[in-house]
Design a binder for this molecule. Sequence first.
Ligand code: 4AD
Ligand code: MG
Length: 434
Amino acid sequence: MYIHISEIGDKVGKKVLLRGWVHRKRGSGKIIFIVLRDHSGIVQVSLKKESLSDKKWEIAEGIAVESSISVEGEVTEDKRAPTGYEILASEIHLVSNSEPYPITEYQSTELLLDKRHLWLRSAKMTKIMKVRSAVFRHTRHFLDSNGFFEITPPLITGAAGESGADMFTVDYFGKDAYLTESSQLYSEAMIYSLEKVYSFAPSFRAEKSRTVKHLAEYWHLEPEMAYYDLNMTMELIENLISGIISSLLKEDAELAEQAGADKKVLLHIKPPFKRITYEKAIDTLNGKGKSLSWGDDFGVEEEKLLTENEKAPIFVTHWPKEIKPFYMPINPEDDRTVLCADLQAPAGHGEIVGGSERIWRYADATKRFKEVEKAKGIKFNMENYSWYLDLLRYGSVPHAGFGMGMERVIKWLLNLDHIRDAIPFPRMINRISP
Ligand code: 4AD
Ligand code: MG
């Protein structure tokens, strides 16, 4: 029976069967050393000419880096070996030989992106992809155990779900359709039967932003909750994020640290997160030398300045209505702002969550659509939104929700320089292959 490399510690002095890929190879003449890799780790395998048949020795000599092989051998403890163990091979089987591997030790970022399908085998990407899988699992687990139902939205849509400015157009049987930029409106539709729901799906943004935090296709978690207000929503967001972190530290701490997480910092991320209003944030930024006016949005520079000394994420609440979408309700205490909150990750990693209460009275919604049209000089095609407005006509309830960008969260947790490494096959303005 095959075992994984991570399990050999219990098998010292015993024979084991392993399979994987040739990570490195050296030696010749009478002894060959292979570093074998499987998903769980690496181990040195030594192959001695005297212990193998001539045919097997010939195979061992011909094996190239990245070939897939299986070996049988005895586990020995060896302090000099990279992982403390060594396999003394008695059998080797070549599953499939590798052609000369195109990735060698020092390679440009561009080459590694061109060869992404192969670079995903690197130790760095393997660890990040495992953390990604864990973060997705903990996210679902948190919501599933807090009364949420997972729903599946359509990804091809007939209209904008957000600003509409950055959508990819697709030919839908001769008509224009779009790749969804947000599944929120569909999440909203489902609260009227399921009350607390989340969609977990890709969103597409044709933003021409060449930054370290923008992807053209990213994984978007979009929970929507009947009867929630802004405060309840912020509490849910901070509990979700600290819940994901505590599960990660409980189940995958070593892996997360190897992938770049700073455990000491993450251990202190506990609710409540700091909350400041947009107005206060503008004052803070202007105090740091910016000259922002009311209504200005934040760019990379502002996000960095605002969060440079933070250890945990901070909420920036009550933004000007002009820079937020049509579905956010006006703040009854200050009609210049809407009832919303963005969550900014520490150290300039950027906005990881955007959330708000939703307009839930039909009359308020139709009024707000008109205001936005006037303010932005645009015209909504109301036919596209009639189904959405129906939700407010047939037994509407107060509700709220948010969207969390999974790759932004992973970038922050693992201190990655670029968001592209948080996803296996990044889609960016200048890249769609592999
Ligand atoms: O702030 P956004 O645009 O909000 C919405 O789409 C709402 N409809 C969400 C909702 O309330 N259901 O996007 C939400 C989050 C951002 O905070 C950010 O984390 C992420 O999605 N995001 C991106 N991530 C990677 N690449 C991009 N181009 C992103 N644009 C947004
Ligand atoms: Mg946003």
